[in-house]
Write a protein that binds this ligand. Structure first.
Ligand code: CMC
Length: 436
């Protein structure tokens, strides 16, 4: 507990079965209050019940702050809006999230050097990609390749120190971009384009995605800026589903690659990062004459229908997701600069307008989240829909690494091992098969 937390600490009284139990209460940097139940079982033999962990803090973290009621998001204390304009570089933000402060010029240059050094995949790993069925979902390819990295870079399976950790982080951030681009190329039947060390991070990704042999893709500054912004906006989001998966796996002292691979798999789910694909499918289906926008709203409200308004709602935000706000205006900027438009943007705006006036969405405080507008910008860049969640993963990687490191560096970390309320049979006897 920090000095500041100690000064603000307090206690809560829990009365149960006629007993009174005193529990410590902490106040976080921004005034949030937490009741410490960590010794409730060891000292009193009670567990707490919170199935989706909506009221449970699983760690102390200094990486990212969210105030969901006010729609506030800050990385290392810096409001997300400050990362829009003037734009920092995604790599600068990644470094800051992982190592705790904005990098100096020397730190940036060292890290950039590592990213360049590690951008190639081991050729063995590249060959492995050819054995995965051609139409494999890109998120499967990504998570498998990250797991597979452990076979090629065995030195990284040792518990890292400061320097080797930085190398592991750089290795992952650099290679994930290469794997992502190769995944797209492979699925499209196109030859791999190797990374070009003279290019910046986002520029290099776009080059690997869209150059073809003997024809260099011209990276428009507007497109590079938009990609940089998208990656920054996805870079961390405190204890979300995938970051928690990374922490759970990491708490068992699993290595960084195994933990990040788990994060990729969690992100794939349509309620989490996979929602950006669902949003695009919904917009395309409306455009192609499927349901009308109002019919989508009605279907989302119908509890007997599994359909949800993807890109809407959030466990923490009960207000407009600040990332969605930035992306919505970025759509206008991108299309104005490219002198193009997309009818799907009009449909998205119409859906948003209908939802925000509908009592169902108003009462439940459901607003657009980061996934609602991101796909429209990715589409403008030429990124196919099935790669959208991979783009989210490239962006979220620094956050996962930062969360993993924060936990790894904390000497009081124990394996994450929740409890349960048992609802099964009472004591029972085994019967041999002929007696059943
Ligand atoms: N469409 C229709 N109803 C919804 C939606 C939605 N998109 N989101 C929430 N609700 C309803 C929900 O059914 C519940 O209704 P009721 O009170 O009648 O039972 C109520 O709103 C409150 O839901 P909640 O408890 O706030 O939801 P949750 O915290 O369990 O789930 C969520 C959060 C993001 C999974 C959910 O809002 C959702 O499924 N949204 C659509 C998927 C999506 O866009 N996911 C991306 C999230 S942001 C990026 C990321 O984290 O990856």
């Amino acid at each position: 507990m920090s000095q500041r937390e100690k000064a603000l600490s307090d206690t809560a009284q829990l009365t149960v079965d006629g007993k009174s139990i005193e529990l410590p209460v902490y106040t976080d940097t921004e005034g949030g209050r937490a009741i410490d139940v960590s010794e409730l079982y060891s000292k009193h033999r009670y567990i707490t019940y919170d199935p989706s962990l909506g009221s449970t803090g699983i760690c102390r973290s200094a990486v990212t702050y969210i105030d969901g009621d006010k729609g506030v998001l800050r990385y290392r204390g810096i409001p997300i809006e400050q990362f829009d304009r003037p734009k920092p570089n995604f790599i600068e933000v990644a470094w800051m999230l992982i190592f705790g402060h904005l990098p100096t010029a020397a730190e940036m240059s060292e890290f950039r050097g590592m990213l360049t050094q590690y951008e190639l995949l081991h050729e063995g790993l590249t060959h492995q990609m050819h054995y995965i069925p051609p139409k494999a979902p890109p998120m499967v390819v990504l998570s498998s390749m990250i797991s597979m990295m452990a076979c090629y870079y065995e030195e990284f399976l040792m518990p890292p120190d400061e320097q080797s950790f930085m190398m592991q982080a750089a290795e992952l951030i650099s290679k994930v971009r290469t794997i992502a681009a190769f995944t797209y190329r492979r699925n499209s039947g196109l030859p791999f384009i190797y990374p070009d060390p003279s290019l910046r991070y986002c520029e290099n990704f776009l080059h690997m995605m869209f150059s073809i042999p003997y024809r260099q893709y011209e990276v428009l500054p507007e497109i590079e800026d938009a990609l940089n912004l998208i990656l920054i906006l996805h870079a961390d989001h405190e204890q979300n589903c995938s970051a928690s998966a990374v922490r759970v796996v990491g708490s068992a002292k699993a290595n960084l690659f195994a933990s990040i691979s788990a994060g990729v798999n969690a992100l794939w789910g349509p309620l989490h990062g996979g929602a950006n694909v669902k949003v695009m499918q919904m917009l395309e289906s409306i455009y192609n004459g499927g349901k009308k926008p109002q019919e989508c709203i009605e279907a989302a409200k119908d509890k007997s229908n599994p359909f949800r308004l993807y890109g809407f709602g959030h466990r923490v935000y009960k207000n407009y997701d600040p990332r969605a706000k930035i992306l919505k205006s970025a759509c206008d900027r991108v299309f104005a600069k490219l002198k193009t438009s997309d009818p799907l943007l009009e449909i998205a705006r119409e859906l948003e307008g209908l939802a925000l006036e509908d009592p169902y969405f108003i009462e439940r405080k459901l607003y657009p989240n980061v996934d609602f507008y991101s796909g429209i910008i990715l589409r403008a860049m030429g990124i196919p829909t099935d790669m959208f969640t991979v783009m989210f993963a490239i962006g979220r990687l620094p956050g996962w690494i930062a969360q993993w490191k924060e936990q790894y560096d904390n000497p009081s970390t124990r394996i994450i091992r929740p409890r349960q309320i048992y609802t099964g049979a009472p004591l029972n006897d085994y019967k041999p098969v002929d007696e059943r």
